[in-house]
Write a protein that binds this ligand. Structure first.
Ligand SMILES: *[C@@H]1O[C@H](CO)[C@@H](O)[C@H](O)[C@H]1NC(C)=O
Ligand SMILES: *[C@@H]1O[C@H](CO)[C@@H](O)[C@H](O)[C@H]1NC(C)=O
Ligand SMILES: *[C@@H]1O[C@H](CO)[C@@H](O)[C@H](O)[C@H]1NC(C)=O
Ligand SMILES: *[C@@H]1O[C@H](CO)[C@@H](O)[C@H](O)[C@H]1NC(C)=O
Ligand SMILES: *[C@@H]1O[C@H](CO)[C@@H](O)[C@H](O)[C@H]1NC(C)=O
Ligand SMILES: *[C@@H]1O[C@H](CO)[C@@H](O)[C@H](O)[C@H]1NC(C)=O
Ligand SMILES: [Zn+2]
Ligand SMILES: [Zn+2]
Length: 863
């Protein structure tokens, strides 16, 4: 095991800590501190309070709760209820109740399209079952306020005696909306409860007749909803809470409230409705349904089940020490379905059309249904204790263009959408698989695999693995998505499997290179240490990349082959004595890293890939946990986190660019792979950042998307530039160690580099040349015109014409080697360090399989 990697026990320890943290983080603290009343007492007390509240609900009448407000006539006495939060001495902001009710009526009138405000009828038909999600903007409503709001004195000890609040300070109450605008999301959930019909001809109204206007309101049922109000004070998506209440399906009105120890909201709800008709039915519905709940509470003797109408979303309840939060009363009005659809349907009435539509959605049996229109809902929110009124943004106060209140989809349509997009996503991942397959087929030889960056592939693999885990989780938890999520997760699994195979090949091929680097580092350290003890009199020679060609003096015998420290392949024509002498003179020569061959000279270690695998898994786990906890972070911080994560993920070409530079090689990956992966991996971002009605209801953000897409675009262009202009294009020369230039300018008088390649010069006959058996013939064939010489390529046996700069001529001048034309001409041939010349295509093809010179078997630096 290399010393820079921690031993496996380290990983085990980290994993253990993560698991421990997870347990600490998730296990609820159920213990009651000593000295506190037992849960049973709490439960009995709670049930008694609920029973008392229910009695008041049963016995109270319309206008029994008419708190003092700015519009109360001078002589009229204000009336309050003996319910927690509805008492005068509780000092809640009930003076704004009339404004809330007035605003509710205005919103209903606007939605139903009854301009004159007479009658209760609707011009269109609303969806009866509004289970679904709607999203929009909220704004603060202050029109009823003149000047400063009255300073209220909320004394929790008086409002709710005997409750141990987690804290009391008003400043820290949660769900206190202080901003002026934000996002509002309502997820309405109508469980399969039958609505109740009542004939509204109550004694309360004072007549025995059935009220003529009450057809819309004498049918009602229970409803609950999750409300997410985003504000600058909120965390995560926003303040998340559950509200319970009543829905009148025929006219689309809903009124819901939170209920807590300091606010008996659900018991006073009928008094918050805007008119008598709604009051009567809501009182009857609640009287009946709450009776069942309260009976249930009274039966429980063995413990405390908490508040059944708690606002805490995960139903854990505010069992022992509730944290005070602002209470919310929500009035919502469903907009009628677009009347265009009535015209489509011909003679049918709107009621039938909408009804059939909803039936078909819920119990599909193939009936033709028109396109399902979006749901539109307007909402007014009133907080009696914190004293704010919010409303959804839209007409009449704002033009249609500024906001259309809350829009969204019925649950069935939304689920269908998610499944549809999951299928598309599975196709995208299938694209990943195909590209990975093509790429791993292309890079199948050690030398081609050696060019691929481990980290580029690793990042892609990690993203797919993350996807796999989240999709498996989704398919296991949400049964509705089971088929689509399992398909997507399967595609991701295939992608991961293929990726792991490819990455293990890449890793094993690059193993010798890593060992090499390490040894060089160690050698350098040792050398430094030695140098500190006694300065080395013989400076380490600069490696002259040349070869054992016949026209090289033996003193310049190659230092390269023996620097590999891997089994040395000594060409038989080398002067071994000279080499040994060279070795003795230079015990630790500096090696250009770029020249390390990626051959398989060292057998790969078996366990080292396991360590890397472990590293990947650990990183994945850390990302997964961080992302999970990020869901509860404040919006700003979470957005920064998401942006950073996306940016890091979309930097996946950077390791490849770096590797190209380090190894001075091009053509690591197919262009098909690069473009395809970039596009496919940007697609999900495009969906969430650009599409307004995406399934997660996330905000669109084209700026962030253009930054991300531009970043990928820049990386691709760098790769293009590396391909065309050379891998080290644009980098200062000193940054990286010089690699071998396969396309040098050939000069006749270039003595330093060892002269012209073999075959291009007239040399006196030498035993080496005789044995190589190429030099003489080619030498005799070469043209003497000084600019182009021809030689036989040893791979294809065809003639290769090479431009050569004559002695004394300026290489950058007009000659064959200068300018762009010269550069292109130089791309036609390749000169190896051992100074053999080949066609570029021939040698590149050869080098895909072997990094050795085809003629003299000298190691070749990678391309
Ligand atoms: C509800 O009030 C009526 C009188 O208004 C009374 O007769 C009835 O018993 C009460 N029901 C309950 C459950 O308290
Ligand atoms: C409430 O329900 C009780 C029976 O549970 C019934 O006697 C009473 O009249 C109801 N009150 C109202 C206002 O409907
Ligand atoms: C309000 O109800 C409580 C019981 O919860 C009772 O003790 C108190 O006397 C009532 N107050 C009035 C004004 O009826
Ligand atoms: C709250 O009410 C309690 C009991 O009535 C009283 O003792 C306490 O001083 C009050 N606190 C404040 C801040 O008014
Ligand atoms: C409304 O639709 C949802 C989703 O299909 C369903 O679960 C629920 O039972 C329906 N509610 C009613 C009252 O029909
Ligand atoms: C809510 O926020 C307002 C404005 O910052 C503040 O005055 C008030 O004390 C906070 N808490 C409550 C319970 O209103
Ligand atoms: Zn050739
Ligand atoms: Zn050679």
């Amino acid at each position: 095991m290399p010393p820079n990697q921690p031993p496996p026990q380290e990983y085990a320890r980290v994993l253990l800590i993560i698991i421990l943290l997870f347990f600490l983080y998730t296990s609820p603290d159920q213990n009651v501190p000593p000295g506190f009343p037992s849960p049973h007492d709490y439960a009995a007390e709670r049930a008694a309070r609920a029973r008392h509240s229910l009695d008041i609900l049963n016995s109270s009448r319309w206008q029994d709760f008419s708190p003092k407000g700015p519009t109360t006539p001078r002589g009229e006495a204000s009336r309050y209820l003996n319910l927690t939060g509805f008492r005068e001495e509780d000092d809640y902001a009930w003076d704004r109740l009339s404004a809330f009710q007035k605003r509710s009526r205005e919103f209903s009138v606007e939605a139903r399209g009854e301009g004159d405000g007479t009658g209760n009828g609707l011009t269109g038909e609303v969806f009866e079952n509004v289970t679904g999600v709607v999203v929009g903007k909220w704004v603060r409503y202050t029109d009823d306020l003149n000047g400063e709001q009255r300073q209220r004195n909320l004394n929790l000890t008086e409002i709710a005696p005997g409750i141990d609040w987690a804290f009391r300070d008003e400043e820290y109450w949660t769900r206190n909306i202080t901003g002026n605008e934000g996002r509002l999301q309502i997820r309405i959930d109508e469980r399969n409860v039958e609505g109740m019909s009542f004939d509204v001809m109550d004694k309360d109204v004072g007549s025995a007749e059935k009220r003529p206007s009450s057809w819309y309101t004498d049918y009602a049922r229970e409803v609950e909803a999750s409300l997410i109000v985003q504000d600058e004070t909120s965390s995560g998506d926003g303040w998340d809470m559950k509200v319970h209440g009543v829905h009148w399906p025929r006219n689309g009105v809903m009124i819901m409230t939170t209920t807590s120890e300091k606010f008996a909201g659900i018991f006073g709800l009928p008094h918050l409705t805007p008119d008598l008709d709604h009051y009567i039915t809501s009182q009857k519905v609640l009287n009946k349904t709450l009776e069942d709940v309260v009976e249930g509470m009274e039966r429980i003797t063995w413990g405390d089940n908490g508040n059944p109408w708690t606002a805490t979303p995960n139903n854990q309840g505010d069992a022992t020490m509730p944290a005070p939060h602002c209470e919310f009363v929500l009035y919502a009005q469903v907009y009628p379905v677009d009347s265009d659809h009535a015209i489509d349907a011909g003679g049918l009435t709107m009621t039938t059309v909408v009804h059939d539509m909803e039936q078909e959605l819920r119990f599909p049996n193939g009936a033709p249904i028109p396109h399902i229109p979006d749901m539109q809902v307007s909402a007014v929110i009133f907080s009696p204790d914190c004293g704010f009124v919010l409303e959804s943004k839209g007409p009449p106060s704002f033009p249609q263009t500024a906001g259309k209140h809350l829009t969204g989809k019925k649950q069935e349509v939304w689920l269908h959408d998610i499944q549809y997009w999951l299928h598309i996503f599975a196709l995208v991942i299938f694209g990943h698989i195909l590209l990975m397959k093509i790429q791993s087929k292309e890079a199948s030889t050690p030398s081609t695999v050696g060019r691929v960056s481990l980290y580029t592939i690793g990042m892609m693999l990690m993203a797919d693995a993350l996807l796999f885990s989240s999709m498996s989780l989704l398919s296991a938890t949400v049964t509705t998505f089971f088929p689509s999520a399992i398909l997507t997760s399967f595609a991701a699994l295939m992608s991961v499997a293929l990726g792991v195979r490819f990455i293990s090949v890449v890793y094993n091929v690059q193993e010798p290179e890593r060992l090499e680097r390490q040894r060089v580092r160690q050698a350098a350290e040792a050398n430094n240490a030695a140098a500190r003890v006694a300065p080395n009199p013989t400076p380490a020679p600069v490696p002259i990349i040349t070869a054992a060609g016949a026209d090289v003096p033996p003193v310049q015998a190659p230092v390269q082959a023996n620097l590999n420290l891997a089994p040395i392949i000594i060409p038989s024509d080398q002067d071994i004595d000279a080499e040994i002498a060279e070795n003795a003179a230079a015990p630790a020569p500096t090696l250009p890293t770029t020249n390390a061959p990626a051959g398989m000279q060292v057998p790969p270690r078996n366990n080292s890939f396991g360590a890397v695998y472990m590293k990947f898994v650990l990183t994945l786990t850390v990302i997964l946990f961080t992302s999970l906890s990020a869901m509860s972070w404040p919006v700003g911080i979470r957005n920064v986190y998401i942006h950073i994560l996306s940016f890091v993920y979309l930097s996946f070409w950077i390791p490849q660019i770096r590797r190209n530079i380090m190894r001075n090689c091009r053509k690591a990956l197919l262009w098909k792979f690069i473009i395809g992966q970039s596009v496919l991996r940007l697609l999900p971002f495009a969906y969430f950042y650009l599409r307004e009605d995406n399934v997660m209801f996330s905000n669109t953000d084209w700026k962030a998307f253009s930054v991300l897409a531009g970043w990928v675009w820049i990386q691709i262009w760098i790769l293009v530039a590396q391909e065309v202009l050379g891998p080290r294009w644009g980098l200062p020369k000193g940054w990286t160690e010089e690699g071998w230039d396969y396309h040098p300018i050939l000069r006749e008088d270039n003595v330093e580099a060892g002269g012209l390649p073999i075959g291009l010069v007239q040399i006196p006959s030498s035993p080496t040349l005789d044995r190589i058996n190429t030099g003489d013939e080619q030498g005799s064939r070469k043209k003497k015109d000084g600019s182009v010489r021809s030689v036989d390529c040893a791979i294809c046996m065809q003639v290769l014409e090479v431009p050569v700069v004559a002695a004394g001529e300026d290489a950058t001048g007009s000659g064959a080697a200068g300018g762009v034309a010269g550069m292109l001409a130089r791309r036609q041939y390749m000169v190896t360090p051992c100074r053999h010349v080949f066609h570029s295509a021939c040698l590149e093809g050869w080098m895909r399989f072997r990094l050795q010179c085809p003629i003299c078997r000298e190691n070749l630096p990678p391309l």
